[in-house]
Design a protein around this ligand. Sequence first.
Ligand code: ADP
Ligand code: MG
Length: 203
Amino acid sequence: MSGTNELDAAFFLRWLSVAAAAVDREADRLTELDSAIGDADHGANLRRGFAAVTDTLGKEPPATPGAVLVAAGRQLISTVGGASGPLYGTLLRRTGKALGDAPSVTREELAAALTAGVAAVGQLGGARVGDKTMLDALVPAAEGLGESFAAAREAAERGALATVPLRARKGRASYLGERSVGHQDPGATSSALLVDALAEAAA
Ligand code: ADP
Ligand code: MG
């Protein structure tokens, strides 16, 4: 999709529906990753959250990109119990707010909004790149999106894989200290899934 192409509410609804399907399909793998360095609920958390998002958006589809993301974020915050609910909820809400009430946006505008959303996640959770969290996939993805959807997808995937040798410094996995080394972070993995869904929606 070229830079001048407009991403409308239907595009964002498609993204979240592709994302919900991916989360549902990959929930067991996410939970498996979380069982190694967490409490084995990441897949179930996100499956519940994205099912609720799909439900809400299906009943009352908002008319603008910003409103779609704000509604989805609010739903994640209220339905996901784990740390990832408020973090992903904040990501989508802040990204949505940054898009304002425009009826459609460009990829570049989405990249700027996503950068603001990712910064809000960092502020809420106090994590930085290298702490072995979802930010290890989200920060490079937002940067890559300035270039293309494919670059965002590749950057997120690379970022998620790069969490394997890291020692967790935030979240539940940080309680394990050195024992968190050698495992891929579940949140970085789900972030890569969400960015993959974004690229798929754009294809
Ligand atoms: P919980 O840890 O409460 O069980 P989840 O299992 O749903 O929640 O999500 C765990 C993921 O959340 C981690 O893999 C990590 O990527 C992300 N995470 C946890 N704490 C933080 C934080 N402070 N900042 C950013 N991401 C975090
Ligand atoms: Mg967990």
